[in-house]
Each structure stands twice: as C-alpha cells, then as structure tokens.
Write a protein that binds this ligand. Structure first.
Ligand SMILES: Cc1cc2nc3c(=O)[nH]c(=O)nc-3n(C[C@H](O)[C@H](O)[C@H](O)COP(=O)(O)O)c2cc1C
Length: 188
C-alpha cells in the first residue's frame, strides 16, 4: 500500500449523522468485528499493557442500550437517532484493572498511566472510525458514557470503563461542511 492510499481514508473520515440501520452490500457484521478486533489487538499501548476493550452492539442489544440512554437523558435527540437510525455501536472501554496493576508496578508513573489509557483508547477509536467508513459506512462518535455503562449487557466486567460509542450505519446524506484552521506543520 502506498502512503497516499493510507492517507486517503484518514482524510475522508467524517462525522456522519444521516444514517439508516443497514450495512453496505458486501459488508457483514463479521467483517466489522474482524476490523475492530484487529485494531484493538494492534494499537500500541504503554508497557504493551493492551488495555483497550470493545464490544459491538447490534439488533436488540443496540436498541436496548440506546433506548435506555434516551430515557435516562429525557429523550436526548441524539440518543433517539442512534437507537432508530444506526445499525450498530462499537463501545470502547479501557480496563482500569490494568491501569491499577501498572500503577502498583510503576508508582513513579502513577498519574501518567490513566492519561496513557485515554490516549490509546483514542487511537483505537479513531482508527476504528476510519476503518468502518472505509467499508462504506457512515459513523459518528458519542460520549453518553455513564448512561451507556449503566445499560450494558450484564457480563461486561466491572473494571471495563466506557470511553466512547462509535455509532455506524449506511449513509443517507453527506457530512456538514468542515472548516479547517490554518495550522502548518513546519520542518526545522
Ligand atoms: C475526542 C472526540 C470527541 C467527540 N465527541 C463527540 C460527541 O460526543 N458527540 C458528537 O456528536 N460528536 C463528537 N465528536 C465529533 C467531532 O465533533 C467531530 O469529529 C469534529 O467536529 C470534526 O468533524 P469531522 O468528524 O466530520 O471531521 C467527537 C470527536 C472527537 C475526536
């Protein structure tokens, strides 16, 4: 793969709110699962601790979580749209048990370790966003974290803390126009 092939989907990734609850033809949920699994496995982590976790909600599980978020937020428009207009949600977590273990092992880095967790979660989230959109889907990133945490399937370990929700479906419209700040990367 050339570097321009690598950069193109990064530049084309956008926040897409206009979605319907379908997958593109030729894309199955197994394809999505395999992509997210690869990203969660391969994103680098501090001390190679591999604390990223993810699940994919679809069907009734997806509807149940977003319905619960909608009710808990007194009908937040965005939560209702995620429930009714998207096919699924990747929920990203960090496993805080891993962070606590590292804090015991590396007390000098005690305060830095949770920040590393946020960083590597962000890396997994953005790479996943690019991946699902490169499959022909649209997606948007949400942060109804505590509401989602409260509505998750019962078998999710208590040490997994929700960091974001990537909601995806088939695009029915374009992204909004995006303004870019002047922000040159200088070479010295
Ligand atoms: C860390 C982060 C947090 C975000 N949180 C939300 C969110 O909670 N809800 C939402 O609708 N969009 C959220 N977004 C989307 C941003 O608003 C969006 O990425 C930004 O406006 C740039 O637009 P683009 O994604 O189309 O490039 C978030 C994006 C990032 C990177």
């Amino acid at each position: 793969m050339s570097y321009s092939q690598y950069l193109k989907p990064i530049s084309e990734r956008r926040t897409i709110y206009n979605l319907k609850p379908e997958l593109p033809s030729g894309i199955s949920i197994d394809t999505v699962q395999a992509a997210i699994q690869t990203i969660v496995r391969d994103v680098p982590t501090h001390f190679n601790c591999q604390l990223n976790r993810a699940i994919i909600l679809t069907g009734d599980a997806h509807k149940k979580v977003w319905d619960s978020v909608a009710k808990a937020t007194n009908g937040a428009r965005r939560a209702i749209a995620e429930r009714d207009e998207t096919f699924g949600t990747v929920v990203f977590f960090v496993d805080e048990a891993v962070t606590r273990k590292l804090q015991n092992e590396y007390p000098a880095h005690h305060d830095l370790l949770p920040l590393f967790g946020e960083q590597v979660s962000g890396a997994a989230q953005v790479q996943s966003w690019v991946a699902v959109e490169s499959m022909g889907m649209g997606a948007n990133l949400q942060h109804f974290n505590q509401f989602v945490q409260d509505a998750l399937p019962a078998d999710i370990p208590k040490s997994w803390v929700v960091k974001s929700q990537l909601c995806f479906g088939l695009p029915t419209g374009q992204a909004d126009v995006k303004e870019y700040v002047e922000n040159p990367v200088k070479v010295y």
